[in-house]
Design a protein around this ligand. Structure first.
Ligand code: ZN
Length: 287
């Protein structure tokens, strides 16, 4: 079983509760090495990445979830995407040297937007203030407001890795009694609460789950791999470029001989000469 860069679903045998665990290593490092981030920002990006993977398990169709925080400083923006195929990418903008005692202090008076986007279709967005001290707390507020489902998150980032666990109450199925449902939920949370950040990043998730929920067994599903992948492409970049007025394209080509566009999310440069750009290739020459 893969230890890192994978996500693991589990279900409680006797309670309407599901969960998910994730540990990220290489996939996260690929996100954080695109820019020169401070250690605190790397941790923040790690927590965002773990959270994005955990939330993506709520996707019931091909698409992606986007966690995006805007704040007044030291960071202006943190964005992390996870597709239904568990491909992540993300970025932080603002003072990239900033350090903070806890990651969320980097987002002063911030707001967190959670967007669920279906491939080629609908988009749903919810917003929650970053009033909590932790990203986990902010996400819990969001789920309580928008989904009205009990959802808890445990997130950590350290030693170049990030990890997280989520528990979510499901609609009544195995257990119909509201009082018993509440008891089961409370018990699961109390047990989960005993996990330490070290255990989250170090233990194989299946071992951690067996230890935590020894008395309330869980069924663990096959882990799914998480990878870093940017959705940019030469074709998409060219499409964006083609939207510019022809005169502007001609000017850029005349100055530099080629147009280079840089993807901020993965660091790829796309270089185009005149013959690459369909409208210019057809209509004539650069003067
Ligand atoms: Zn890219």
């Amino acid at each position: 079983m893969t230890l890192y860069d994978s996500s693991l679903r589990f279900l409680f045998n006797d309670a309407d509760i599901r969960g998910e665990c994730v540990v990220l290593s290489d996939a996260l490092n690929e996100v954080t090495t695109v820019h020169c981030y401070s250690d605190s920002i790397k941790k923040l990006l790690g927590e965002f990445a773990a959270a994005a993977v955990l939330i993506s398990n709520n996707l019931k169709y091909q698409g992606k979830i986007i966690l995006q925080a805007r704040a007044s400083g030291p960071l202006e923006l943190v964005m992390m995407e996870c597709t239904s195929d568990l491909q992540i990418r993300g970025i932080a903008r603002g003072n990239l040297k900033a350090e903070a005692a806890t990651p969320l202090e980097l987002l002063t008076t911030g707001q967190l937007a959670i967007t669920i986007e279906r491939d080629g279709g609908q988009r749903y967005q919810g917003i929650v203030a970053l009033e909590s001290d932790t990203l986990a707390g902010a996400l819990e507020n969001y789920f309580l407001q928008s989904e009205q489902l009990h959802t808890r998150f445990w997130l950590t980032a350290q030693q170049g890795r990030a990890a997280g666990m989520m528990l979510q109450q499901l609609p009544a199925q195995l257990q119909q009694q509201p009082a018993t449902r509440q008891d089961q939920w409370n018990t699961a949370c109390i047990l989960a609460e005993t996990v330490t950040p070290d255990e989250l990043v170090e233990l194989p998730p299946s071992v951690m789950l067996h230890r935590l929920f020894y008395e309330t067994p869980v069924r663990i599903f096959e882990p799914a791999d998480v990878i870093f992948r940017c959705s940019c492409s030469r074709e998409r970049t060219l499409n964006a470029l083609s939207l510019l007025p022809e005169a502007e394209l001609v000017e850029l080509l005349t100055e530099e001989g080629a147009i280079t566009l840089h993807c901020d999310m993965c660091g790829t440069d796309y270089r185009f000469v005149q013959s690459d750009i369909p409208t210019l290739a057809e209509n004539g020459r650069v003067h």
